[in-house]
Each structure stands twice: as C-alpha cells, then as structure tokens.
Design a protein around this ligand. Structure first.
Ligand SMILES: Nc1ncnc2c1ncn2[C@@H]1O[C@H](COP(=O)(O)OP(=O)(O)OP(=O)(O)O)[C@@H](O)[C@H]1O
Length: 237
C-alpha cells in the first residue's frame, strides 16, 4: 500500500484556442493515509481528473510536490480512467495483461478477474465488440490486475446501469478487502462515495479547496443498505 501527500502550490492551464487561462490549484494540500479509501466529490470541470493525473505522474506541469508514503519506494499505481482507453488492436485479455509481467500467474490472475467482472466469455474478443459498460469493466480488471499499491479511479461506474454499477461496487469493496490497497476514487455521486469510502472529501473552487472532509464510519453491511447510506448523508448537513 501507499499513502500520498499532495501539495500543489500552483496548477494553471494556459489560455488556448480562445479559452482563458485557468488557475485550477493554488496552495492545495491533501493527505491520503496509507490503506484508506478516499472518495473525492466536486463539481464538473473543477479539476478532479487533473488531480489524479498529477498524482499518477501523467501531468507534471505544476508547481508542488506529490510524495508517496508507506515505504518501499515508488508505488505501483493502477489508474481506471474516465474513458476505458483500451487498445483496439489487442484482445480483452491482452489489454488486461499488458502492464503485467509475462508470467503464468499474472495471466491466471487476469483471467480470474475477468471472470469476477462477468467477462470470462469476452476474454479473447476485441474491445470494439463490447458495449461501453463491458469496456469499463475490462479497464477495471486491468487496473486491479496490476495489484496496485495505489488505485486511482475516475468515475469508474458512471455509464453503467445501476444493477451493474452496484455489482461492481460490491466487487471493488471485496477486492480491496481481499488485498488492501489505498484508493482515491473520484465520483459525482455522494451516495456512491458514502457507499464505498471511509473518507469523503468534497472539493469546491476554483481555485480548488477542501469544502468538507468527512470520515464515514459505516460497517460493510450498512454500506449495502441504501437507508443507512441515506441516513448518514442526511446527518452530514
Ligand atoms: N490539457 C488541458 N488544457 C487546458 N485546459 C484543460 C486541460 N485539461 C483540463 N482542462 C480544463 O481544466 C478544468 C478541469 O478539468 P478536469 O478534467 O480536471 O475537471 P474534473 O473536475 O475532472 O471535471 P469532470 O468532473 O467534468 O470530469 C476544466 O475546465 C478543463 O476544461
């Protein structure tokens, strides 16, 4: 596992194609404890994906520091992007095993995860044959198969129907219970945040600031009861 200490002194997107300069972050700090499951809520366009990209090292054009805590050098980071980003010229199983060591154990783990995702029969087809919801599940399997120390998830269940989304929330909770991982989970849905996370950070801005930071001390059973989730949300004010 790995915790993260984020300090963004400044993150600005320059003016471009007629759009004005955007100062997204100014002296922003966030501590994510090793082994925690943190949901990040906030309005569209605020800079949540940008935050994940900076943590993942995909966006280095900012002033500040991202430090990984919890020992053991650079963490293995799994990233379930907002769009599935599968390689169209590779089969489903090839997409999932791509970031893994080429060992029989890794291949078996990838196939088992596809089974968990209800995609056992789709392992050898190409992504274009799959619905968007199935492609999202493949992208999740790819992120889990890496056995990450830190899992970044950007609205991973957003285009799924509620029954499938709920099944995958259960699966995510089970996978994290099975193999403890630090999770940073961006969502628009505060029910989903309370359902999954042990801490919900609500962002406001710009520039981005933490408007609310709330621990969610619900039991796994309560999280699966919509009325318990609703009562917790209602108690928050
Ligand atoms: N490469 C870029 N160049 C210029 N502006 C960008 C770039 N990437 C993002 N932005 C802008 O920065 C702002 C934050 O984008 P970001 O995708 O991080 O927001 P978000 O909170 O994840 O939004 P959503 O919830 O809609 O996904 C947006 O206004 C977006 O248009």
């Amino acid at each position: 596992m790995s915790g993260v200490t984020v300090h963004i002194r400044a993150k600005t997107f320059a003016a471009q194609d007629g759009a004005p300069e955007r100062a997204l972050y100014r002296d922003f700090r966030l501590e994510i404890a090793d082994g925690s499951f943190v949901a990040v809520l906030g309005p569209s366009g605020l800079g949540k994906t940008t935050l994940l990209n900076m943590i993942a090292g995909l966006d280095r054009a900012f002033e500040g520091e991202i430090r990984f805590t919890g020992g053991g050098g650079a963490p293995r980071i799994g990233y379930a992007f907002q769009n599935p980003r599968l390689l169209p010229w590779r089969t489903v199983i090839e997409n999932v095993t791509l970031p893994l060591d080429a060992t029989p154990e890794a291949a078996a783990r990838a196939r088992a995860l596809l089974g968990d995702m209800g995609l056992a029969d789709a392992a050898d087809v190409y992504p274009e044959r799959l619905s968007v919801g199935m492609q999202r599940r493949v992208a999740l399997a790819r992120a889990f198969a890496l056995e990450p120390d830190l899992l970044l998830m950007d609205e991973p269940f957003v285009s799924l129907d509620e029954a499938n989304a709920e099944r995958l929330r259960d699966l995510l909770a089970e996978l994290v219970a099975r193999r403890p991982t630090t999770v940073l989970f961006v969502t628009h849905d505060s029910r989903e945040a309370v359902r999954l996370a042990d801490r919900v950070v609500t962002l406001a801005g710009p520039p981005v600031r933490i408007a609310e930071d709330r621990a969610v001390p619900l039991s796994p059973d309560d999280r699966r009861r919509p009325e318990a989730v609703e009562a917790f949300r209602g108690a928050g004010g």
